[in-house]
Design a protein around this ligand. Structure first.
Ligand code: UT7
Length: 385
């Protein structure tokens, strides 16, 4: 039976701490008027010591599970799109898997800069359509504030922290994710980058510097307006739809002027675009799912609408997807007991995680080194001693 990939849950989490443009103007030579007129951003959320990319991701995922009315063990796959993982490994997705108690899920991180969420949604949808998974969590989560150069006014004004998550589920009823377009042009990699551990770093006075986001803003701006228009058109056509069928476009929230230029290029009124970057700035992979959550909450996206998600970012990468928003929200009363069950499971997940760590230590102490003689794997027949 043909499987279709439907978005059945969504959630978001942002740090409590709000940072205004006036606050940034005390750090670098800028001002509220410049930032608002050139970007549309008024404020952003910034992680404090207790927030991590994985903690924000797990909170957004819990909310998405609530909406989908699924238990963590119903999830087969967790993909976290991020440029600011807690660790290079373990994957942030594995930390989320443990925090939720999603004991049957595979988990990995995906890196495609700000386009990462579209890539992750595309991979999850195809895995579901192939029948390899029935339910997936797709998460975009970032703590960009930790990789910004707070002396560079060209970048530190733009970004914010947060996370957004979708539950994607398979069903035989047609709809859901209709088309996915993913593209990359690595020749523009130098235009927007964050160094990793596999390349030499610039040595500073204090030794090796922590890497920070480096960007050629003007070039990224030009690239963004071009690819948003082209990839939206392509993704809509690939879904067998026309622009007139599309109720809402949820673009990556980087700069209001980029979205306005895309609206002009597509000959659409700005009301067709969801914009909430004034309150969150550019949260990279989290921007599209956060904007989706607010679009649903504000009634801007209604059941049976067609919606386009379109993004761009470092790589260079870009992508777009057309989705039939064929979502029927569950009545709250039907999920109350499930809600209690899920909360209990999150508590148990913490106990299980702690228990497994202790058990591993005890096993290590009792059985000693895994290279001890008795633990050696048997030699294949005919091999030398
Ligand atoms: O997820 C993808 C992430 N990246 C993006 O989407 C970035 C896309 N690019 C942009 O959003 C814009 O290029 C910026 C907001 C980064 C910059 O806006 P712009 O209108 O392209 O400004 P600009 O770089 O052309 O600079 C214009 C002037 C320059 O001064 P001069 O050379 O004309 O004297 C800059 O030094 O504005 C100056 N400037 C600032 N002034 C006050 C640059 N940043 C600031 C600032 N405050 N924060």
């Amino acid at each position: 039976m043909t499987q279709y990939a439907h978005i059945t849950g969504w959630g978001m989490a942002v740090p409590e701490r709000v940072m205004t443009n006036d606050e940034i103007s005390r750090l670098v030579d800028t001002n509220d008027e410049w930032i608002q007129s050139r970007t549309g951003i008024k404020e952003r959320r910034v992680a404090d010591a207790k927030d991590t990319t994985s903690s924000l991701a797990a909170e957004a995922a819990r909310q998405a599970l609530e909406v989908a009315d699924l238990a963590p063990e119903d999830i087969d796959l967790i993909i976290v799109a991020t440029s600011t993982p807690d660790f290079t490994f373990p994957a942030t997705a594995s930390l989320v898997q443990d925090a939720l108690g999603a004991v049957r899920a595979g988990a990995f991180d995906l890196s495609a800069a700000c386009t990462g969420f579209i890539y992750a949604l595309g991979v999850a949808a195809d895995t579901i359509k192939s029948g390899s998974a029935k339910a997936a969590l797709v998460i975009g989560a970032e703590t960009m504030s930790r990789v910004l150069d707070w002396k560079d006014r060209g970048t530190c004004i733009l970004f914010g922290d947060g996370a957004g998550a979708f539950v994607v589920q398979g069903s035989e009823s047609p709809g859901g994710v209709l088309s996915v377009l993913l593209r990359s042009d690595g020749s523009g990699g130098d235009l927007l980058s964050l160094a990793g551990s596999g390349r030499p770093r610039a040595a500073g006075l204090a030794g090796f510097l922590d890497p920070t986001v480096q960007m050629n803003g003007r070039e990224v701006f030009r690239f963004a307006t071009r690819v948003m228009v082209a990839s939206t058109r392509e993704a809509v056509a690939a879904a067998g739809k026309t622009m007139a069928d599309i109720s809402l476009i949820i673009p990556h929230q980087a700069n209001r002027r980029i979205i306005e230029a895309a609206a002009r290029g597509l000959d659409l009124p700005e009301e067709k675009f969801m914009i909430n970057l004034d309150r969150y700035g550019n949260t990279s992979t989290a921007s599209i799912p956060i904007a989706l959550c607010e679009a649903v909450a504000d009634g801007r996206l209604r059941p049976n609408d067609y919606v386009v998600f379109v993004g761009f970012g470092g790589g260079l990468t870009w992508g777009a997807t057309t989705v039939h928003w064929d979502v029927t929200p569950l009545p709250a009363a039907a999920t109350r007991w499930h809600q209690v069950g899920r909360r209990t499971r999150y508590g148990l997940a913490r106990v299980r995680s702690f228990g497994r760590r202790v058990l591993r230590k005890v096993e290590g102490a009792v059985f000693g080194s895994p290279t001890a003689k008795e633990d050696e794997p048997p030699k294949p027949p005919g091999s030398k001693k």
